[in-house]
Design a protein around this ligand. Structure first.
Ligand SMILES: *[C@@H]1O[C@H](CO)[C@@H](O)[C@H](O)[C@H]1NC(C)=O
Length: 223
């Protein structure tokens, strides 16, 4: 039999995960974000437009049919559709991206600190994966084809690699209006100012020269 304490603990855990798993729940139908606080209400970190002044364009974004420019060292590009592009997403806990991949293009290992992601391939084929947290650090991977979907749990390091000889396209939904992105290589070796090479040499168990070379590289992010 489950004791009263256990029951309380389980209830608390269930509630805590419900409350903390995504952006805060909205307290109103919507809260279209505006920069100008004059005549506005302040909710969940942004100013809301007067709901009576909200218009269709606040909830609208055009152009996701257009491929992103993948002419870069990674051969991929993310086109975001989050609260920055669609102010009506404010407080609603959801957003979207389009990702284009040149042949053998890579969306390099990265995490979203605030969102789980579900990605669907609409063209081509992708080798995707994520790594579970310590101590297992288990790599979970799959090859995806047109019409396949795959989930990257919140906060975990993940990647997508176009293994086809043709371009690939995917769309992904994310459980935050502002998922955030940390591109691992760029954050570690391309931080501003740089992390001390003593720190990185020890952390990566390599010679400082290796670290210096990595830090001298140009680290781009595609989202
Ligand atoms: C794509 O990006 C490359 C590199 O920045 C640039 O040279 C090229 O003009 C861009 N292509 C288009 C179609 O915008």
């Amino acid at each position: 039999m489950v004791s009263g304490h256990m029951l309380v603990a389980f209830t608390f855990l269930a509630l805590a995960s419900f409350v903390l798993a995504s952006d805060p729940s909205p307290l109103q139908d919507f809260c279209v974000a505006i920069d100008e606080p004059k005549d506005a209400v302040f909710v969940n970190g942004k100013f809301c437009k007067d709901p009576m002044l909200a218009k269709a364009d606040d909830f609208f974004l055009k152009g996701l049919n257009k491929p992103g420019n993948t002419s870069n060292q990674l051969g991929s590009m993310v086109t975001p559709a989050n609260v920055v592009q669609i102010p009506g997403l404010n407080t609603l806990g959801i957003s979207l991206v389009r990702i284009d991949y040149a042949p053998y293009g890579l969306n390099p290992p990265h995490t979203h600190p605030r969102a789980t992601e579900i990605l669907q391939v609409v063209e081509g084929s992708l080798y995707v994966g994520f790594v579970t947290s310590n101590p297992e650090n288990r790599l979970i991977t799959k090859v995806l084809y047109e019409g396949d979907a795959f989930v990257f749990p919140v906060g975990l390091i993940h990647f997508q690699f176009n293994i086809g000889k043709t371009p690939a396209v995917a769309f992904a939904a994310l459980s935050s209006q502002n998922p955030g992105v940390i591109t691992i290589a760029k954050a570690v070796f391309g931080s501003n100012p740089p992390i001390s090479d003593d720190v990185l040499a020890k952390a990566f168990q390599v010679d400082k020269k290796v670290v210096d070379r990595l830090q001298a590289q140009f680290w781009m992010d595609i989202n």
